[in-house]
Design a protein around this ligand. Structure first.
Ligand SMILES: [Zn+2]
Length: 267
């Protein structure tokens, strides 16, 4: 492979890693926000359970007063019924007593229901408090993990940026300009290997004379794919290739981007 193309392919490999690193770094604030949201949700659950208990306790006091008030009324009517002179008046009071006793029973039912609900809310509060402890522990670990990841990514980014400068120095200026222009439009990928007379990224067939030129070691022209515009370079068929070499692994990486087929249609 021509040395400047080899350098370009190496630059491509660095640029792809840089793009991955930047994407990973950009994703971190979202991860952090998700962690914080879990914490907010857990605290909100506790606040809701506490509020529910407060309301329930207030209702319970109201129902307790209702029970006492209706009991008091029934007692009063019973006392009055001992003193009445007429049958009708006695009957009327009996009716009132019955009514008051029904109200007592209903108020007692409501009270009992609130007492049971209160126990439920107590359990919910305890569960929510325990959940917060768990979520806080997880959030702490998650924050540390994200911070460590960020530091590692930033370190690698700085190293790769320095490496990029070295790679650029080995690429002729004109070639670099074309690469930058194509990579900027083509998902950070400016070069494409040619295998079996086709662009490995968009799949379009290469014209025979271009293919012949690409195969020549002394070829100095820059050929771009007619469809995806990427700078083309020839790759020897597998048996003749040096497996695991730096250029070869860069090819593998570049070819690993297989989602590019769609872009071939929108040049
Ligand atoms: Zn192409």
């Amino acid at each position: 492979m021509r040395p400047e193309i080899k350098s370009l392919v190496e630059l491509q490999s660095v640029d792809m890693r840089l793009a991955e690193l930047r994407a990973s770094l950009e994703a971190l604030p979202k991860q952090l926000a998700e962690t914080e949201k879990q914490l907010i949700d857990a605290r909100q659950n506790l606040a809701s359970a506490k509020e529910a208990l407060k309301t329930s306790t207030k209702d319970r006091k109201t129902f307790e007063m209702d029970v006492e008030a209706w009991k008091e009324k029934a007692r009063k009517y019973r006392d009055q019924s001992l003193a009445v002179k007429t049958n009708d008046a006695y009957k009327a009071l009996q009716h009132e007593i019955q009514y008051a006793e029904t109200e007592v029973a209903q108020a007692e039912d409501r009270l009992l229901e609130r007492m049971v609900a209160g126990e439920d809310f107590d359990r919910q509060i305890k569960a929510a408090e325990q959940a917060i402890v768990g979520v806080e522990r997880m959030a702490l670990a998650s924050r540390q993990e994200i911070k460590a990841k960020q530091t590692a990514l930033q370190q690698e980014l700085a190293a790769k940026q320095a490496e990029r400068q070295q790679k650029i120095a080995a690429v002729p200026e004109e070639l670099y300009k074309v690469y930058e222009r194509v990579a900027g439009r083509r998902n950070h990928i400016g070069v494409a290997a040619v295998r079996e007379e086709a662009c490995t990224l968009c799949g379009v067939r290469i014209r025979p004379h271009v293919f012949q030129e690409l195969r020549r070691e002394d070829c100095t022209d820059i050929f771009q794919c007619e469809t995806c515009t990427r700078i083309l370079y020839y790759v020897e068929p597998e048996p003749a290739a040096a497996p695991g070499g730096p250029a070869e692994s860069a090819n593998v990486r570049a070819n690993g981007i297989s989602t590019d087929g769609a872009s071939a249609t929108n040049v």
